[in-house]
Each structure stands twice: as structure tokens, then as C-alpha cells.
Design a protein around this ligand. Structure first.
Ligand SMILES: Nc1ncnc2c1ncn2[C@@H]1O[C@H](COP(=O)(O)OP(=O)(O)OP(=O)(O)O)[C@@H](O)[C@H]1O
Ligand SMILES: [Mg+2]
Length: 210
């Protein structure tokens, strides 16, 4: 079973967007997928409620109410809330869990992201719970200064970005309609699909969970 956590204590950086895209991608590949919403705002569950019946099914799990997923799923995606601490993550993740961290290229988001990375680094993980981490820049406008600052900083600390996701209405519309870019005609989202590929490859390649 794949266990993927999408987390960053900073609000609004794209956790729900990335979590719903991933759930939809794997469901579209024929996998049985559960989407666990850890956030009382229920944005992931709202997205699932508006999902068209003819799209690949995803099982909603209200983790914020204490619901949990059994081991029948091939992939479980966790949409973590803003303010989620490293201790909160440690309670949920097990050996082989993968962590995707969306970071927006703005000064406050970069500072908050760095603080989170430092806390992850300092944390005394329960034995075997080390996480595989992918950093993803989100809502990127490529030629902005802050994107360059983010890339340069992460390279300096040897944690390069896995990919960058551009700022586009495609995600906002998809969110509103219970779909993802993977459910849309390829010709409309070709640039976006290309940006997702490195993250999908990373998620496939990093250690599988038994
Ligand atoms: N790449 C993108 N391009 C355009 N809009 C985006 C993109 N990613 C996210 N958004 C929009 O930004 C807003 C915040 O995104 P999202 O809800 O995914 O963040 P979040 O980290 O889950 O927020 P919260 O901390 O409140 O849970 C939403 O309106 C979403 O549609
Ligand atoms: Mg959210």
C-alpha cells in the first residue's frame, strides 16, 4: 500500500490541490484509492462530493473525525491541515511513507517552509518512520525573483525541488468540479501533465510500502 502525506504547516500552499490530483491520478490508473482528509475545513471531502459519477472512484475518509483507512487500498493519500506539526505527522506515518511538501515561492511561504524542513530534520522519528520527502514548488510564475530565491536556497541545502507546478486556472476549475487535470482532455492540460511527471516518477520509484 502506498501512503502519501501532503503536508506543510503553512496555509494555502496547495496541499489539497496536490492531494486531490494524486488521488485522481492513481484512481484513473485503476488503483483502489482512499483520500484521507485530516482537515476540519473538509476541502478534499468537498471536492469528492462534487466528483462526477463517471470519474474514477475514490473513497472518502474523514480522518479529522477519527476515521481511518484499513489495508484494502493500494494507495492512501493524506491531505494534512494547516498548522500540522511534525509530531502530528509522526503519529500517522509508518515505514516507507512518502511526504510531499508544496511550497509557494513567496517570502513568507519560503520562511515557513524552511522552518518545517528544519523541524523535520531535527525530529526524533519513531524507529523506521523516516520519511521520503519531495519538495514541490506550487503556483509558480517561472521568471519571478522569489522562485529563483526558492530554487537557489533549496539547492544550497541539498534538497532540490522535484518539480514546479505553475499557477493556472486549470487547478481552480478542476477543484470546483470534483476533477483533476488527469480527468481533463490531454490537449488542454499538456503543459501541466509534463510538470507532474517528475513527481509521479518519484512517487513510483521511492521505497514501496509492504
Ligand atoms: N497551481 C495552482 N494554480 C492556481 N491556483 C492554485 C494552484 N494551487 C492551488 N491553487 C489555489 O490556491 C488555493 C489554496 O490551495 P489549497 O486549498 O490546495 O491549499 P491548502 O494548502 O490545502 O490550504 P489549507 O492550508 O487551507 O488547507 C485554492 O483556491 C486553490 O485552488
Ligand atoms: Mg487544504
Amino acid at each position: 500500500m502506498k501512503q502519501v502525506f501532503v503536508a506543510n504547516p503553512k496555509g494555502g500552499c496547495g496541499k489539497t490541490t496536490l492531494a486531490t490530483q494524486l488521488a485522481s491520478y492513481w484512481a484513473g490508473q485503476g488503483m483502489s484509492v482512499a483520500l484521507m482528509d485530516h482537515d476540519r475545513q473538509q476541502s478534499s471531502l468537498d471536492w469528492l462530493r462534487s466528483r462526477p459519477k463517471d470519474c474514477a472512484g475514490i473513497v472518502p475518509i474523514a480522518a479529522f473525525k477519527g476515521e481511518s483507512a484499513d489495508d484494502q487500498y493500494e494507495a492512501v493519500i493524506h491531505d494534512m491541515p494547516a498548522g500540522c506539526s511534525v509530531d502530528d505527522l509522526d503519529q500517522w506515518c509508518g515505514p516507507g511513507s512518502q511526504l510531499v511538501i508544496p511550497i509557494m515561492p513567496s517570502p513568507t511561504d519560503i520562511k515557513a517552509g524552511v522552518r518545517f524542513l528544519m523541524a523535520l530534520n531535527r525530529h526524533q522519528w519513531r524507529q523506521g518512520n523516516e520519511l521520503d520527502i519531495a519538495l514541490v514548488a506550487n503556483r509558480v510564475r517561472t521568471n519571478t525573483n522569489y522562485f529563483k530565491v526558492l530554487v537557489a536556497f533549496l539547492e544550497q541545502v541539498n534538497m532540490p525541488l522535484i518539480t514546479s507546478i505553475r499557477d493556472t486556472q486549470n487547478y481552480i476549475r478542476a477543484m470546483d468540479n470534483g476533477v483533476s487535470i488527469f480527468d481533463l482532455p490531454k490537449s488542454r492540460v499538456a503543459a501541466d501533465l509534463k510538470q507532474w511527471q517528475p513527481l509521479l516518477d518519484w512517487l513510483e520509484q521511492s521505497p514501496a510500502v509492504s
